[in-house]
Design a protein around this ligand. Structure first.
Ligand code: PMP
Length: 304
């Protein structure tokens, strides 16, 4: 990733991609306290537009707030910087990665005295779980690793070190031939994917786990809105892994994963073993929306 042309927004300035470096004694590299976002911008008829940049920026600032890390830029500046980095890299559609981290001013667990730095990169990134996955659905394995308990790392924050848990789960699943991992909470109830929220459909009703130990996904919130618009009932409740085994349909939601159908969990075929009709309706509505073709949600699209 480091050896590319282009620009990265780093502490208020656009820096050539290869020069956007930081010292090996960066506090966040050692102790894992960095907060970040994953945002997408899509090509629309009126140009490139960032999807729900306000919500992503709010979540970034809130992630910092949870960990008492005050970001040295206003939300307006951060939104402007995200636009700027897309323009500088001449991207039509892309994934954006804002990250705030502590610098190399000091060592020791306490970050007091370390400066908060902010970087924003943008690059083209296709379907996270594969183009075929978007259409045909993916194979998922329940992880032997539990999701963080709410009093271990706090799930409302998108915190770098939380992802060590996601990496363990994703590696276990993919090394065993699956596409992605599903994590249960410490009580054994469904939490989320390694980088996605999860939904099921049963008898025409959409269910999703209460997000106690899961990230409050922005795509998840979008799915709620779209489901209501399509007249579909959506219920949030505790779910078990076998609720998924006997579902008619299941899918993941996430900025990177977008809406990806799940066709198998733990070698049990879900429904017909392919993208189900409700998933397909939501997926089409989602792609219409992000492409700017749903006039009701223009306010979720910020032109670059
Ligand atoms: N859960 C986890 C662990 C994630 O990493 C993500 C991706 N950010 C999500 C859920 C989905 O969140 P969003 O829809 O806001 O991308």
């Amino acid at each position: 990733m480091a050896d590319r042309d282009g620009f990265i927004w780093y502490d208020g300035k656009l820096v050539p991609w290869r020069e956007a470096n930081t010292h090996v004694l960066t506090h966040s590299l050692h102790y894992g306290l960095a907060v970040f976002e994953g945002v997408r911008a899509y090509k629309t008829e009126s140009g490139t537009s960032i999807f729900r940049v306000k919500e992503h920026t709010d979540r970034l600032v809130n992630s910092g707030r949870i960990y008492q890390m005050a970001l040295p830029y206003s939300k307006e500046q951060l939104i402007e910087a995200q636009k700027e980095v897309i323009r500088a890299n001449k991207l039509e559609s892309c994934y954006l990665r804002p990250i705030a981290f502590y610098g190399s001013e000091k060592m020791g667990v306490s970050p007091k005295g370390a400066k908060v730095h902010v970087a924003i990169a943008a690059w083209e990134w296709g379907a996270y779980l594969g183009a075929e996955g978007l259409e045909k659905g993916i194979r998922v394995k329940t992880s032997s690793f539990a999701r963080h308990h709410v009093n271990v790392t706090m799930p409302r924050a998108k915190l770098a070190s939380t992802y060590a848990n996601s990496i363990l789960a994703n590696m276990e699943a993919t090394e065993n031939g699956y596409d992605e991992a599903l994590l249960l909470d410490t009580d054994g109830f469904v939490a989320e994917g390694a980088g996605e929220n999860v939904f099921i459909v049963r008898d025409g009703v959409i269910y999703e786990p209460e997000i106690a130990s899961a990230l409050s996904g922005i795509t998840r919130a979008t799915v709620y809105t779209l489901a209501e618009d399509l007249g579909l009932k959506i219920v949030s409740k505790r779910l078990t892994r076998d609720d998924i085994y006997i579902a008619d349909e299941a899918f993941f939601s996430g900025t990177a994963a977008e809406i990806t159908p799940i066709r198998e969990l733990d070698n049990r075929v879900i429904g017909e073993g392919r993208r189900g009709p409700v998933t397909e309706r939501l997926q089409s509505a989602f792609f219409e929306l992000v492409a700017g073709r749903n006039p009701k949600y223009q306010h979720w699209l910020t032109q670059v």
